[in-house]
Design a binder for this molecule. Sequence first.
Ligand code: NCD
Ligand code: ZN
Ligand code: ZN
Ligand code: ZN
Length: 370
Amino acid sequence: MITLPGLIDTHVHLREPGATQKEDFETGTKAAIAGGYTCILDMPNNPEPTITPEALDKKISLAEERIYCDVGFHFGATLDSTQHFKQAKDKQSLSLRDKIFGLKVYMNHTTGTLLQEDPQILQTIFESWPKDKVLMVHAEGPTLEKAIQLAKNNGNRLHVCHVSLAQEVTMIKKAKSDGLPITCEVTCHHLFLTDEDAKKLGPFGMMRPPLPNKEDQQALWNGISDGTVDTIASDHAPHTKEEKNPPAGGSIPNGIPGLETTLPLLLTAVNEGKITVEKVIELTNTNVRKIFNVPQQFDTVVEVDPTKHYTLDARRLYTKCGWTPFEEMKVTGKIKRVVLRGQVVFENTEIVNPPKGNVIYPEKIKQQPD
Ligand code: NCD
Ligand code: ZN
Ligand code: ZN
Ligand code: ZN
């Protein structure tokens, strides 16, 4: 048996409010706990996006008392939402700035209505966001070049979500060696599935960015080894089976669930000698806390049996969507027990307690003038 600190996932779509047919705070945080995650950060691209203080407060009150792991929130970027960044600097007790972990800027087409492509608006967003807080981008391929330039010009702390291409790893490596405060994440689906799997999976292998070819995938593993990659996130983005199989002519939503498969896949990679346990802890906990100012959870651990072989099976998952692109994959390493603040919350496939999670806020950081 080995013990890890509770995992932290900074890229999760819990879908409430507005799309609770896919997931909600209860099912999503049960899935998190069952996957060894004791803390997750929720993305803003709901049908009713998190782009006003009111929308944020609504999410917070919906989540309270119903969450099985700790949950924090990100804010969404639009031209209108930048007006609230200023308010975020007020000296009120808990201002918007104190409540959110990061800003998410969608620079390519994906689920939701938050796409920003106008250079002027992007400039305003990057310029207005507090320089001591993380600015996350969905920026694929050549778009990432633009994001890095904007961050460089405006002095932002850039975090690149779901890196999936060799060219992106190269750009980030260069930006880091130029001394820019840039970090990035990769997902397990980009590490473990390729465009070959996408052909077999059909709609259930469709996500943004799409599954990589073998060469791009190898670049992600190399990025982990050489320290270019800072974190692993699930990008847990559930959609129902019905939504993934629309009537002829209907559009297929992008995104796949990942909270319950990420740790088993990483443990399998450990077993195969592709990554060390120490590196897994760094990518899913230590680095994550540093980049996002996530408060430490005391007496919070995941106990895993690193040698246990089993087969991933969607029927055993807690996610409401009820499927996984990793169905029938053989993995090594099983989550046996999860302890949150000294209390057992998961044991041998079962959630064993009423919800014990808290809504969390970032640790106070020294505010720099911006
Ligand atoms: C995400 C979703 O469905 O919310 N989809 C995806 O394919 N990754 C949005 C996103 O993270 O881009
Ligand atoms: Zn476009
Ligand atoms: Zn994205
Ligand atoms: Zn996402």
